[in-house]
Structures are given as C-alpha cells and as structure tokens.
Design a protein around this ligand. Structure first.
Ligand code: BEZ
Length: 394
C-alpha cells in the first residue's frame, strides 16, 4: 500500500514543482522593471536641454507612483556629448550592454539620425524627445520609432509665414551647419517664399562654434529686412547677446524658432526682450493642465519648465500609453506600438495626436519674450502636421 501511494505523491509533488518553475519566468518577467535608456547630452552646449528632458520624463513616472502599466521603471544613462561620431557606439551601450527595452533620446539631430538607424536595424523601441531631424519621421519612419517633440520643419515653416505676414521681403538666415540648422532654414525658406518673401543669403558656422562676429559683420553690411536664426542652448544665449551688442536689433529684427529663447531667458536678460519666435509651447498657456505641470516641475526641480521638459514628460506619457494597453506585457509588442501610434497625449502644450509617421500634429504658437517668459501671442498655425516626405507608413 505504502509503495503504491508513494509514486502518486511523488508525481503530484513533481508536477507542482514543475508548475512553479514553469510559471516562474512569466511572473519574474512581468515583475521585472522596464529598462529605459536615456541617451542625452550631459555635457556641452545642449547639456541643460538633456537635463530638462530627463527631469520631465522622471516627473511623469513619479506622478504615476514610479510605475507605468504596472511595471517599475529602471533607468540607464549615456552622455552622448552631442557628438554624431560617437552616437552608434553610445546607443549600442544601451541596447547591447544594458539590454534596455526602450531608448529615449536625444537632443542633437545628427546624433539622433545614427540612433534611428540602429533602432531600425535592431527594432529597438526609440522615443525621440527633442531632435527634429525631418527624415526620422520621413524616409526613416518605422513602426518602432516615435517622436514627442517636432520636426525641424514645423516651427520654421510657421515662422516663414509669420515673417511674411509682418511685411518683410528680404531675409538673411544664420545657423550651425548641421541637420537641425539646415533643415530649420529650409523650412523657414519654404514658408517665407511661399508667402512672397525671399531668403537672400544663408550664413553658417560649424556646430557648436560660437564665434559669430564675422557673420554679424556680414549681416550689418547687407542690411536685410530681418534675420532668421536657428541656435539653441548655450549657443543661443551667446548669439542673441552678440546680435544686440553689435546693435543689429535696432534696425534688423531677429526671428527664429523658439529654441532661440527657450530655457535661455535668464541668461539672455535684456537682450532677448521683445523677440518674436514660433514654437509648440509657450510659458503662459494658462491652461489647468499646463499650470499643474509647471507648478509640479518648479516644486520638484526648483526651475521653470521649458519646452524640453514638456517633451520629456510627453515621452513618458507616450510610453505609459503603450504599456497600459498591454498591462505592462512588453512582449505584446505589436499591440503596444499600435496603441502608441494612435495615442492622444494630454500634453502641457495642449492635446496632440501623432501622424502616421509618428510625429506630433500640433499647434505652433506665436510667442513674444517678456521678462523671463515666452508669452503666447496667438497660434501661428493650428494643428500643423509635418509633410513626412518619403515616409511609407500609413
Ligand atoms: C536638433 O538638433 O534637432 C535640435 C537641437 C536643439 C534644439 C532643437 C533642435
């Protein structure tokens, strides 16, 4: 009798043990944190932009109690130094070494282009929280690549229309010679010339050079009606100050996409007062959503929120939408990507949806600098979608 019972007990025990072990990987997997890899600049002219993006992202996660779709979030970080030459190695540190589930980055368009190439090859989920390189949501668009910021074309095209509406006929442009600067100038030219203006000359200097003097002398001698400039971060602070120190602002108004005056006003001080720019965010939208965001951000980080903080916050919101749709089960990838693509993001900038190419369709505000704020004067173009040239995703 004893002998006949023993095997039955042993078998059922074995089955139970086997069951526990079979279930273990699933349970462990669903409880393991989602690994988020930040690839952002921590040094150089864009360092502060990277910091604001990271803070915005983390603030949203903290507001959700540290979990998205029921999963804890674990962070990994690489300083990309805004250096395209190091970008492939850097993104591979996150993907291959750290085995992250999602890469969030970056600021610099040239670096982001290399990241998007790797993301396409490895099918890693990539959320771009700033870099505007048009082609990322153009010819390089992919089911696993999303952007919560803008294309370089969007604010630039809107500024072209604004400059023409303000009666300017001949404008010179000036920027750093890299993807973002060149695409920004091209977008501006498209909007301005379509409305009857003419870009008479385009000046460039290498990124992140800030020796503007010789180019400012050229502007002074050519006397255009106005100047359109793309610079950001530390380079924008110096450019606006140098422009005013050269006395050019007295006769030649300076315009740009909002990066010229966003996150920079305390350092630019008097030099930036009255400047008109276009961007998908402003400092006094005065909506309940934005007011709450700005208050929480100021409390958490003892700093005023800017467009970069908003873009980081919205990158976390987009990831949350995807994870919630699959109850945190990252293996349901197609379902998750679909939910992200059809998300409506309740952004501090105003609600937005994504285009089929995964870039925000958003209002571009007309702003004027008053004190330390980019105050909204109106909407330059409502619900502006990037043309997504070359994207074959529908
Ligand atoms: C860019 O490289 O795409 C970029 C950098 C700073 C501000 C805006 C755009």
């Amino acid at each position: 009798m004893k002998n006949s019972i023993k095997p039955a007990i042993t078998l059922s025990l074995a089955a139970a043990v086997a069951g526990i072990f079979a279930a273990a990987p699933v349970a462990a997997q669903s409880q393991a944190p989602i690994k988020v890899g930040f690839m952002l600049p921590a040094t150089g002219t864009y360092a502060n932009l990277g910091n604001m993006i990271e803070n915005g992202f983390k603030m949203y996660v903290n507001e959700q109690g540290g979990k998205l779709g029921g999963r804890e979030i674990q962070y990994f970080k690489v300083d990309d130094e805004s250096d395209p030459a190091k970008a492939t190695d850097n993104v591979n540190k996150l993907i291959k070494r750290d085995q992250v589930d999602v890469v969030v980055g970056t600021v610099h368009s040239g670096v982001a282009l290399a990241m998007a190439k790797v993301a396409r090859e490895t099918k890693t989920l990539l959320i771009v929280p700033n870099a505007g390189a048009d082609v990322i949501t153009g010819a390089m668009c992919a089911p696993n690549i999303f952007r919560t910021s803008f294309t370089n074309w969007q604010p630039a095209y809107a500024m072209g229309k604004v400059a023409a509406d303000r009666g300017h006929k001949k404008i010179m442009t000036i920027t750093w010679n890299y993807a973002a600067g060149n695409e920004s100038v091209k977008g501006f030219q498209e909007g301005f010339e379509k409305a009857g203006g003419k870009v008479t000359e385009s000046l460039t200097l290498p990124f992140p050079n800030v020796e503007y003097q010789a180019l400012l002398t050229q502007i002074a001698s050519q006397k255009p009606d106005a100047v359109y400039a793309f610079f950001a971060g530390g380079g924008a602070v110096k450019f606006v100050k140098d422009y005013v120190a050269a006395g050019l602002n007295k006769t030649i108004p300076l315009y740009g996409p909002g990066f010229l005056t966003d996150g920079t006003l305390e350092a630019q001080g008097e030099a930036a007062q009255g400047m008109i720019t276009t961007l998908h965010y402003a400092d006094n939208l005065n909506t309940p959503r934005d007011n709450a965001f700005r208050l929480n951000f100021a409390k958490a980080y003892k700093a005023n929120a800017d467009v970069y903080a908003v873009q980081g916050y919205d990158a976390a919101q987009l990831l949350a939408t995807g994870l919630k749709s699959v109850n945190g089960d990252f293996s349901k990838r197609d379902q998750m990507l679909k939910a992200m693509g059809s998300a409506t993001i309740d952004s501090p900038r105003g609600k937005f949806t994504l285009s089929p190419a995964h870039n925000p369709i958003q209002d571009i505000y007309l702003r004027e600098v008053k004190g330390i704020n980019n105050e909204v004067k109106g909407v330059a173009i409502k619900a502006l979608a990037d043309p997504a040239r070359g994207c074959k995703q529908s």
